[in-house]
Design a protein around this ligand. Structure first.
Ligand SMILES: Nc1ncnc2c1ncn2[C@@H]1O[C@H](COP(=O)(O)OP(=O)(O)OP(=O)(O)O)[C@@H](O)[C@H]1O
Length: 606
């Protein structure tokens, strides 16, 4: 759904006019939800009433308000509210409703001997009409500060002991979540919140389940619809290919740990974040020999638990259940060696470091990161899978998105192995229209699916470029072939969702372009790329790839001589919600498409 990107600052209630449509800031791609005024009372599906307090956070896609049960004074809940067509809140809501029941959390804690678990739960959910716009909301317990605040305050680092405690706590949450058949896919400091109240600061909670999806247990099949989903800095290699796996969650945690320890990730240092494909290649190179890459990042010694953990993650198979105990053991052993108890409030004050193997280099030191950057400079991945690898696995059938009322897979939770504890558990704003949030399938409308032509071997990682040559799923999508390097610039630290506009290949040739789109409008666009014949070449039929819409227009100059690329843009009507009348109209090839203003296309030769 188109949303306006707004700065991540708390904002007070807006004096929005009653009849105003969803606000769409000029020059921005996405519309934010309508503001809820303080004092507004929302009624949930169970007829519970929630009084809205002040706004306490704006995420990439929605706004979070403090909330109190109507009639009570304690604002100990939060309401997360987004336009109804927004897929991720729908996914998040269903994840909570199905998989994060308080009883299940309690049972997991008992089984694992945990006093606390950083797994949030849902208190209520519902829909509300706000200024004429239908919104969805969920109500959750209110937590404290997110740890990105401390990370920033400390000059981009956290105390080593606290990093290991956080790793332990997040591994617990992963283990719970994975036991439900889902992965989180978007762990980052901004999504980790401290608890509230007495002893609250001893436990961190992982929030934002908007990208939760079933992990794969079968074949490894890249899925262009999901490629690069997540927060670009931390997106795992599997997620770059659109494959949700448990090892991917562990890898994301690993990248965060590196950063929390005060070292900039190579692809950040190299300023690659705007081009997901380059980030992906850098990560492939980094993980190829992660031991060496870490040595370059930590010249004074790689922290042992980090080194062991990352080497373990690099070896995991895509469908293998991680050994959570083994991972926890590395971190808890380090804590013991550092004589830091794994209890009490998490300490965010930087002190002189106590372990012998920790990182003593200042945060993001140029020397450490430069060497590492060189080590992780994008190389071509060694393993190249078939260029015909295409999307769609059974696992990508994300029940919440498609069948809101039904369990999607045969009770993965029941079958999931819960290993008994071995030891007692001590163990882009104005100029950056970045987020592509078009993955909105809340109506459960299934999309046309591709026929798999070939699958990668489970362990083989597809070449990013070959993986980017999908069979199209959307009948009227552009029929040219280009890589997912077509990117709207990702803003640092923000979750990005693949917009599912990856078009269908016309031939087995794949061209890679880097486009910068300056789109001064609020719309999703379908981009058709047509490679024109060389001057003098014989006229040939244009083929199925030459999709043109009545109002599409060529942006490349027809005066160029040798092969040029013609880029046609067609604005997609409606909110991008498959199944909606507007979306249907937009996908009809005969429907008129509004002209699209101010588009700049740059082609880079390789
Ligand atoms: N339960 C909660 N209690 C207190 N604050 C919260 C809670 N949930 C979220 N927040 C605050 O709101 C911010 C945004 O929340 P969240 O990540 O869920 O939104 P989002 O729109 O999905 O953001 P993004 O996808 O960009 O990370 C968090 O970083 C946090 O500061």
């Amino acid at each position: 759904m188109p949303r306006a990107v707004k700065p991540k600052t708390a904002a007070g209630p807006s004096p929005a006019k009653k009849t105003a449509p969803a606000k769409k800031a000029k020059g921005k791609l996405y519309a934010m939800p309508e503001k809820l005024k303080e004092g507004t009372v929302l009624q949930d599906l169970a007829k519970g009433k929630w009084c809205i307090g002040p706004s306490i956070g704006i995420g990439g896609f929605g706004e979070i308000y403090a909330a109190a049960r109507a009639g009570e004074k304690n604002y100990d809940a939060v309401v997360k509210c987004e336009p109804h067509g927004n897929g991720p809140l729908f996914v998040e809501m269903h994840f909570y409703l199905r998989n994060a029941k308080q009883d299940d959390i309690k049972q997991f804690k008992q089984q694992r001997g945990l006093k606390t678990l950083g797994m949030p739960y849902i208190l209520a959910s519902g829909s509300a009409d706000v200024n004429g716009q239908k919104h969805r909301f969920i109500v959750m317990p209110r937590y404290g500060s997110d740890i990105s605040k401390f990370f920033k305050e400390n000059g981009k680092r956290l105390p080593e002991g606290t990093v290991y405690r956080l790793a332990l706590q997040m591994l617990d949450v992963y283990q719970f979540m994975h036991s439900t058949g889902y992965v989180h896919a978007d762990l980052k400091a901004a999504n980790i919140l401290l608890g509230q109240g007495k002893a609250g600061a001893a436990q961190a909670y992982l929030v934002d389940f908007g990208l939760a999806s079933h992990f794969v247990t079968g074949e490894f099949k890249p899925d262009p619809k999901k490629m690069h989903n997540g927060t670009i800095e931390y997106t795992s290699r599997d997620a770059h290919l659109g494959v949700p796996t448990r090892r991917a969650d562990l890898e994301i945690l690993g990248y965060n740990i590196i950063e929390w320890l005060g070292v900039e990730l190579p692809w950040v240092t190299q300023k690659l974040l705007a081009v997901p494909l380059k980030v992906q290649k850098a990560k492939e190179a980094f993980m190829e020999d992660v031991g060496a890459a870490l040595k370059a990042l930590f010249p004074k010694g790689v922290p042992v638990p980090l080194g062991e953990y990352m080497k373990y993650v690099a070896k995991l198979k895509h469908n293998e259940e991680p050994d959570y105990d083994k991972c926890r053991n590395w971190f808890s052993t380090a804590l013991k060696q550092m004589k830091i108890p794994n209890t009490g409030d998490l300490d965010f004050k930087i002190k002189p470091q106590s372990s012998s193997n920790n990182n003593h280099s200042p945060p993001g030191t140029s020397k450490a990161t430069a060497t590492a950057a060189a080590a992780a400079a994008p190389k071509r991945p060694k393993k190249v899978a078939s260029p015909d690898i295409i999307s769609d696995s059974e696992e990508e059938e994300e029940a919440p998105r498609r069948k809101p009322q039904a369990k999607a897979s045969p009770a993965p939770r029941r079958n999931a192995k819960v290993t008994p504890t071995i030891s007692p558990r001590k163990r882009y704003a104005e100029t950056s229209p970045t987020r592509k949030r078009v993955k909105t399938e809340p109506n459960g409308t299934p999309k046309p699916r591709a026929t798999p032509r070939a699958a990668a071997s489970p362990r083989a990682r597809a070449s990013p470029r070959s993986a980017a040559s999908p069979k199209a799923r959307t009948p009227n999508a552009a029929s040219a072939s280009f890589s997912p390097a077509l990117s709207l610039r990702a803003k640092h630290g923000k979750t990005v969702v693949n917009d599912d506009l990856t078009p269908k290949p016309r031939s087995n040739k794949t061209y890679e372009f880097n486009f910068e789109l300056d789109v001064s409008m609020d719309a999703n666009v379908i981009v058709n790329v047509k490679r024109k014949k060389k001057a003098g070449a014989k006229d040939q039929p244009t083929g199925e790839g030459d999709v043109k819409t009545p109002s599409s227009r060529s942006l490349a100059s027809s005066k160029e001589d040798t092969p040029v690329t013609r880029v046609n843009l067609r604005k997609v009507n409606g909110e991008g919600v498959p199944g909606s009348p507007l979306a249907a109209a937009a996908s009809s090839s005969s429907s008129p498409s509004p002209r699209t203003p101010a588009v700049t296309v740059r082609k880079y030769r390789r």
